[in-house]
Ligand binder design. Structure first.
Ligand SMILES: Cc1cc2nc3c(=O)[nH]c(=O)nc-3n(C[C@H](O)[C@H](O)[C@H](O)COP(=O)(O)OP(=O)(O)OC[C@H]3O[C@@H](n4cnc5c(N)ncnc54)[C@H](O)[C@@H]3O)c2cc1C
Length: 510
């Protein structure tokens, strides 16, 4: 106990001195950054900033997050679901009930119905557009034959690391046309006989050998398998160990402006420049310790989607803080807003535990932890994985014809979704995500410069969930490592030893 107390006092003393040193000379920001590396959230004196920057426990409760996200008024153009295929109830046992009609649920329903399985989809917002603004790489959507659902498409993508380092990435990027994409999936589902029910599932009960989904309007749908596709703040999927993810948080606006400095043939993926945060010591420190970047999609000379993003933080930065930073940035860039069409409050849990594979309910999309743990991307991933999961579900159902499924059926499907290889890949990315959540702006910029200076194929494979062998991951890790500064290398080694440990090792050798 005494040792712990002394150690604790020593740490506090160290931090007090660090702060004093920092306040005496703000020129030492960089050195300060390397000392606070890995300790951003544990610094006792940082609580001054932390309290105002982070969301507190209350605003992080599952219920309040659900209410907070996307509550602003948004375009209400209806997706045409043609009421004829919206049903009130289904009186027979179907193969699969998919709960949730976000990108994951609809992509899976489409793939299941293409395999001639009987599918019911339940969601309270079937005829409303998806709320999130999705950005994706064009090449991935082309390979999925979904490029027609992008609008606009930018031929190049830009990253600004700081005032001296910028790179034009030779990959086209597109904004998903939410209505067209949703309508396209709904149309295929409709043609293949999927039944839609507009309600929310309140409960799933097991009535061996079947499952029944009970909706809040007392509808009852009985099926052989249930898939929870209700998103990140999942309703039914359970975790074996406490789920403790990091969070990508972003505040975005789709606006009409009098003019803007962004070339309209370039999508701005990341702009870490922080000249707008240099007016006060508080701003400088916040920007340095809690880096955020601008993500911008110029739609025309006067319309642009702008988002201030915290790549990954734990606990999450607050929307209010991100909003203030975005408006400071816009003032600095002399961008005058004429009209706000839409506000986006984005919060994506990243990494954290894996869902329990021993449960009977299956998960897909956000509910199954499928988001990229270091980037927050998932859209193309679910489009790509839906046919794979559908095939696995079909095979399992065929094995038992119309009879009761084996107790192990959900387990084997979970194992296919999270195969050994995919799990190793997730662990590798998760190490990256957790490392990024702990470093300050200077290191973050050095890291991303090293990342984007890799051969294009290599950083793209990282972003595309395409580091599909331990060899690829090892080579990727070594190449990044060899390009970073000695200080960053040291911190990477420390992180690997203290936190990456066996999981990281396995992801690069097995
Ligand atoms: C604001 C935001 C922006 C994002 N931008 C990108 C991006 O640019 N690129 C990218 O690749 N990824 C992006 N992501 C990450 C990821 O692709 C999205 O979160 C994606 O929407 C997840 O899809 P999903 O279908 O799993 O869940 P969701 O899209 O959340 O859909 C879940 C559906 O389930 C329904 N539902 C919930 N509870 C119930 C219930 N009890 N009963 C019935 N239905 C229910 C909801 O109504 C909803 O329609 C973004 C995420 C957010 C939050």
């Amino acid at each position: 106990m005494a040792f712990l107390e002394i150690n604790c006092k020593l740490q506090t003393y160290r931090w007090q001195n660090l702060h004093k040193r920092y306040i005496v000379s703000s020129v030492g920001l960089r050195a300060f950054g390397s000392l606070i590396r890995q300790r951003r959230t544990s610094c006792p004196r940082c609580s001054f900033f932390r309290d105002r920057l982070y969301m507190d426990g209350d605003s992080l409760s599952k219920k309040s997050i659900k209410n907070f996200i996307n509550t602003e008024e948004q375009e209400e153009t209806k997706v045409n679901t043609k009421q004829s295929f919206l049903q009130r109830s289904v009186d027979k046992v179907v193969d699969v009930v998919v709960i949730g009609c976000g990108p994951a649920g609809l992509a899976l329903a489409r793939s299941l119905s293409e395999r001639k399985l009987q599918v019911v989809c339940i969601d309270p917002h079937i005829d409303k557009p998806w709320k999130n603004n999705y950005g994706v790489w064009l090449d991935r959507m082309e390979s999925l034959q979904l490029a027609d659902c992008l609008s606009p498409v930018w031929s190049n993508t830009r990253v600004h690391i700081d005032n001296n380092r910028t790179r034009l990435l030779p990959f086209a990027y597109g904004k998903v046309d939410r209505n067209r994409m949703k309508q396209k999936l709904l149309n295929v589902c409709k043609e293949s006989g999927v039944v839609f029910f507009e309600d929310s599932v309140a409960n799933i009960i097991q009535e061996p050998p079947y499952y029944s989904c009970i909706t809040s309007q007392q509808g009852k749908f009985t099926c052989r398998l249930v898939v929870d596709a209700t998103g990140h703040f999942n309703t039914f999927v359970k975790f074996d160990t406490p789920h403790d993810p990091g969070f990508q948080v972003a505040y975005g606006i789709d606006v009409e402006v009098s003019g803007h400095p962004f070339p309209i043939d370039e999508m701005l993926l990341m702009d870490f420049r922080d000249s707008h945060m240099q007016d006060s010591l508080e701003d400088k420190t916040q920007s340095f310790m809690f880096p955020t970047f601008l993500y911008a999609m110029p739609m025309s000379g006067t319309r642009v989607f702008l988002e201030e993003t915290s790549l990954i933080s734990k606990p999450p930065l607050s929307f209010e803080h991100l909003k203030q930073r975005l408006f400071k940035r816009l003032r600095f860039l002399r961008i005058e807003i004429k009209h706000i069409f839409e506000e986006e409050f984005c919060m994506i849990p990243m990494g954290g535990s894996m869902p329990s594979f021993s449960q009977n309910v299956l998960g897909f999309g956000g509910s199954a932890g499928m988001v990229h743990p270091a980037t927050g991307y998932m859209f193309s991933r679910v489009m790509e994985m839906a046919p794979i999961l559908a095939k696995s579900i079909e095979n399992s159902l065929l094995l038992f014809d119309d009879k009761a499924l084996s107790k192990n059926t959900p387990l084997s499907i979970w194992n296919e979704l999270w195969s050994h290889e995919r799990t190793l890949q997730r662990n590798f990315y998760q190490f990256g995500g957790e490392y990024l959540s702990k470093i300050a702006l200077g290191d973050m910029c050095d890291f991303f410069w090293a990342f984007f200076m890799l051969p294009d194929k290599e950083w793209k494979e990282f972003l595309d969930f395409d580091l599909t062998s331990s060899r690829k991951r090892l080579l990727f890790g070594l190449r990044i490592f060899s390009r970073t500064s000695p200080a960053l290398r040291l911190s990477l080694i420390k992180e690997a030893i203290l936190n990456g440990r066996l999981k990281l090792l396995k992801s690069v050798v097995l």
